[in-house]
Design a protein around this ligand. Structure first.
Ligand code: ADP
Ligand code: MG
Length: 625
C-alpha cells in the first residue's frame, strides 16, 4: 500500500477553467473590478495603519475599451504587486491573496470590505481573452513588472518601467467574445454588477456644464469630466440614524429607475453578529397581487452585485418586497437546495423575518393611522407571512388589521373585546361576520347592520387560509361570511320566533317550492324569521365556499375533486309573500310567483346570468306593463 499526493497537470486544468469556471462568462469583469477594489482597499488599510508610505489620495478604477487593438483595460491605483507577489498570487492558481491578507491583518481588516475569497477570480479573464497582460508596480520601493500569458500554462515575467503604484490588467479579447469590446455591453455590465461598489469607477468621459466667475462675468462653460458609473456610498452602507426618509426614497429610485410609484415603508437591516448583514427592504404597493416575482430583491456581497435570485435566503413571503441585501456570509458556491438547510442561512432568514415583523409592530404602535392607510396595499404579504412562518404569525397577530365595512380597522384582540357580548352564539363563541365585496353582498351586509353587527371587509385572495388558521388557534372565534346563512341563524342567539304558518301549511310549502327550483343547485330551507326580512334568500355554507376558495389558491386539502356549486334557498315563512304564495289558487300562478322570487334572490347574489337573466327582465316588463 502507499499514500501520496494526486498530481494535477496544469495543462489539463487550464482549458477547464476557461470553459467551466463560471457558467456566466460576463462575470469576468466583476471579478477583475473586485480585485482592483480589493487592491485599493488594501492600500487604504495599509496607509491607515502606517504600513504603506505612499499617499492614498482619491483613487479610482478605470475601465477602457480599445476597439482597434481589441483590448479591454482594468486600471487601478491600489497597492500593486512586486514580481515575487505576482509569482505567489498570480502564478499559483487557487491561492487567494485576499484570504491571506484578511488572515494577516485579522482584527483590523475584518471590516475592510475585501471581496476576494477563492483565488480563482483572476483566471476568469481567460474565459473571454486569448491573452492577458499585467503591468503592476507595488507601493513599496520594488520595481514594476510585466506579466503575460496567452492561455497556455507558460507565462513570462519581466521588469517594466511603470513608476506609479497600481495595476493595469489588459485583456486581448477572444474573437468569439468580441461583444465585450462594445461600449454599451460593458456599460450595462458595469451598471449590473458594479453600481454600488466602494471605489469610484470611471468609464469614459462626459460633458458637464459648470458656472464660472461672479456677477457680470458669470458664464456657463462646458467641461469634460470623468464619467463615474457607480455610487460608492449607497444608502444601505450608512447608519440608519443618519438617513432621512427622503434619502431612502431616492435610493429606491436609484435601484428601480423605471418604477414610478413610491415605496410604502422601508426596513433597514443592520447586524454584524453572529453574521454580517446590511440592506434595505421596501414594501411596494401590492394590492391583492400574490403572483410573486422572485427577482425584485438584489443580493450583494461587499457592495458587489451577486444575484437577483434570493430564493432560499429570504423567506418566500418576503420575496414580494423589493430592495437589497448585502452579506459576505452567504455561501453561494453551493446549490440552492443546500442553501436552505444551511444553518447560517437559516439564521439570516429568521433575522430578516424578525426585523420585518418588528418594523410593522413599531409602525402599528407609533403611527397606526399610517399602517391603516396602507393596509390594503401590504396585507397580502402579511397574510402570506402569517400562513407560512409560525414566528411571524405570533408577532403579526398583534398588528394584523381587519378592515370593517364602515372603514375602521381592528386587531383580533379588539374584535374580541368589541363584540364580546353582542356577536356571540349560544356557547359564547364570537361569530365574526365578514364580507368579500361590499357591492355584491350589499343586502346581506345591510341585514347585519340592522342588527348592529360588525362586518369585516376581507377581500384578499388568501384570507380564507388565514381565517382557517386563526380558528384552529382559538376555538372561541369563528368567521362566517354574511351570505353563508341568514343572519339570525349565523349568530343564533335570538329566541325562536313565532311561526305564522301551521305545520300543515309548512309541509305543503316545501314541495311546492322544490318543484320550481333546480334541485341540483339549491336545497330549500324553511326558516322562521322576521316578517321584514327578505322572503327568499340564497346562501352558501361558509365551510363549502371557503374550501372552494382555498382550493383555488392552493391547499384546502382533502377535497381534490373540486366542489359543486351548491346553494341554499332560504325561505322566510313569516313573510307575507310566502302566505300569498300559499293562498294563490292556480298552480301556474303559484309557480310564477315562486320563479320570480327565486330569480330576485339570485339577482341579489349575482347568480342570475345569460338566458335566464334575459327571460327574467322580459318577464318583469310584462308584469308592469
Ligand atoms: P482572490 O481575489 O479570491 O484572492 P483572484 O484570483 O481574484 O483571487 O486574485 C488572486 C490574487 O492576485 C489576489 O488575491 C491578489 O493578491 C492578486 N491580485 C489580483 N488582481 C490584483 C490587482 N489588481 N492588484 C493587486 N493584486 C492583485
Ligand atoms: Mg478576486
Amino acid at each position: 500500500m502507499s499514500s501520496g499526493k494526486i498530481n494535477v497537470a496544469v495543462e489539463n486544468i487550464f482549458p477547464l477553467i476557461k470553459k467551466f469556471l463560471y457558467s456566466d462568462h460576463e462575470i469576468f469583469l466583476r471579478e477583475l473590478i473586485s480585485n482592483a477594489t480589493d487592491a485599493t482597499l488594501k492600500l487604504k488599510h495599509l496607509t491607515n495603519i502606517g504600513e504603506a508610505k505612499v499617499e492614498y489620495g482619491n483613487p479610482k478604477i478605470e475601465i477602457k475599451v480599445d476597439k482597434k487593438n481589441k483590448t479591454l483595460h482594468v486600471i487601478d491605483q491600489g497597492l500593486g504587486m512586486t514580481s515575487d507577489e505576482v509569482n505567489k498570487y498570480i502564478n499559483e492558481v487557487a491561492f487567494s491573496g485576499a484570504e491571506e491578507f484578511i488572515n494577516q491583518y485579522k482584527d483590523s481588516a475584518k471590516d475592510s470590505g475585501i471581496i476576494g475569497h477563492f483565488g480563482l477570480g483572476f483566471y476568469s479573464a481567460f474565459m473571454v481573452a486569448e491573452k492577458v497582460e499585467i503591468i503592476t508596480k507595488s507601493h513599496t520601493e520594488a520595481p514594476a513588472c510585466y506579466w503575460s500569458c496567452d492561455g497556455s500554462p507558460e507565462y513570462s515575467l519581466v521588469k517594466h518601467d511603470k513608476t506609479t503604484h497600481g495595476t493595469e490588467i489588459i485583456l486581448h479579447i477572444d474573437k468569439d467574445s468580441d461583444e465585450f469590446l462594445e461600449e454599451t455591453r460593458i456599460k450595462s455590465l458595469l451598471t449590473k454588477y458594479n453600481k454600488f461598489m466602494p471605489i469610484p469607477i470611471k468609464f469614459g468621459t462626459k460633458e458637464e456644464t459648470q458656472e464660472e466667475g461672479e456677477g457680470e462675468d458669470k458664464k456657463e462653460i462646458k467641461k469634460t469630466v470623468d464619467n463615474i458609473i457607480n455610487n460608492p456610498n449607497p444608502a444601505w452602507t450608512k447608519k440608519p440614524s443618519n438617513l432621512k426618509d427622503e434619502e431612502y426614497k431616492s435610493f429606491y429610485r436609484e435601484l428601480y429607475p423605471m418604477q414610478f410609484e413610491e415605496p410604502l415603508f422601508h426596513i433597514h437591516l443592520n447586524v454584524d453578529y453572529p453574521f454580517n448583514l446590511t440592506g434595505i427592504l421596501y414594501f411596494p404597493k401590492l394590492n391583492n397581487d400574490i403572483n410573486i416575482q422572485k427577482d425584485r430583491i438584489q443580493l450583494y456581497q461587499n457592495q458587489v452585485f451577486v444575484t437577483d435570485n434570493v430564493e432560499g435566503i429570504v423567506p418566500e413571503f418576503l420575496t414580494m418586497l423589493r430592495g437589497i441585501i448585502d452579506s459576505p456570509d452567504i455561501p453561494l458556491n453551493v446549490s440552492r437546495s443546500y442553501l436552505q438547510s444551511d444553518g447560517a442561512v437559516k439564521k439570516i432568514s429568521n433575522y430578516i423575518t424578525k426585523k420585518v415583523a418588528d418594523k410593522l409592530q413599531s409602525i402599528f404602535k407609533k403611527d397606526r393611522k399610517n399602517l391603516e392607510q396602507k393596509w390594503n396595499d401590504i396585507k397580502v404579504v402579511i397574510e402570506y407571512g402569517m400562513l407560512s412562518e409560525d414566528k411571524f404569525f405570533d408577532k403579526a397577530k398583534k398588528f394584523n388589521l381587519f378592515p370593517t365595512t364602515t372603514g375602521s380597522y381592528l386587531t383580533i384582540d379588539e374584535l374580541k373585546l368589541q363584540t364580546k357580548d353582542a356577536q356571540t352564539d349560544k356557547d359564547g363563541k364570537l361569530i365574526q361576520l365578514y364580507a368579500a365585496n361590499v357591492d355584491e353582498q350589499h343586502p346581506y351586509i345591510e341585514a347585519a347592520k340592522v342588527k348592529g353587527y360588525t362586518v369585516l371587509l376581507l377581500d384578499s385572495p388568501i384570507v380564507g387560509h388565514l381565517l382557517q388558521k386563526l380558528e384552529q388557534e382559538d376555538d372561541k372565534i369563528g368567521f362566517v361570511r354574511v351570505d353563508s346563512d341568514h343572519i339570525d341563524k349565523l349568530i343564533a342567539k335570538d329566541e325562536p320566533q313565532i311561526c305564522k304558518l301551521s305545520d300543515e301549511q309548512k309541509e305543503a310549502l316545501k314541495p311546492m317550492i322544490e318543484n320550481v327550483v333546480p334541485k341540483e343547485q339549491y336545497t330549500v330551507q324553511l326558516e322562521v324569521m322576521n316578517s321584514e326580512a327578505a322572503p327568499f334568500m340564497i346562501t352558501q355554507p361558509e365551510f363549502m365556499r371557503r374550501m372552494k376558495e382555498m382550493q383555488q389558491t392552493g391547499g384546502g386539502g382533502m377535497f381534490s375533486g373540486g366542489f359543486p356549486d351548491m346553494y341554499q334557498l332560504v325561505v322566510n315563512v313569516n313573510h307575507p309573500l310566502v302566505s300569498q304564495i300559499l293562498e294563490t289558487k292556480t298552480k301556474k300562478k303559484k309557480e310564477r310567483l315562486i320563479k320570480q322570487s327565486l330569480d330576485l334572490a339570485r339577482l341579489s347574489q349575482s347568480l342570475l346570468k345569460g338566458e335566464e337573466l334575459t327571460a327574467f327582465i322580459q318577464r318583469s316588463y310584462e308584469m308592469i306593463k
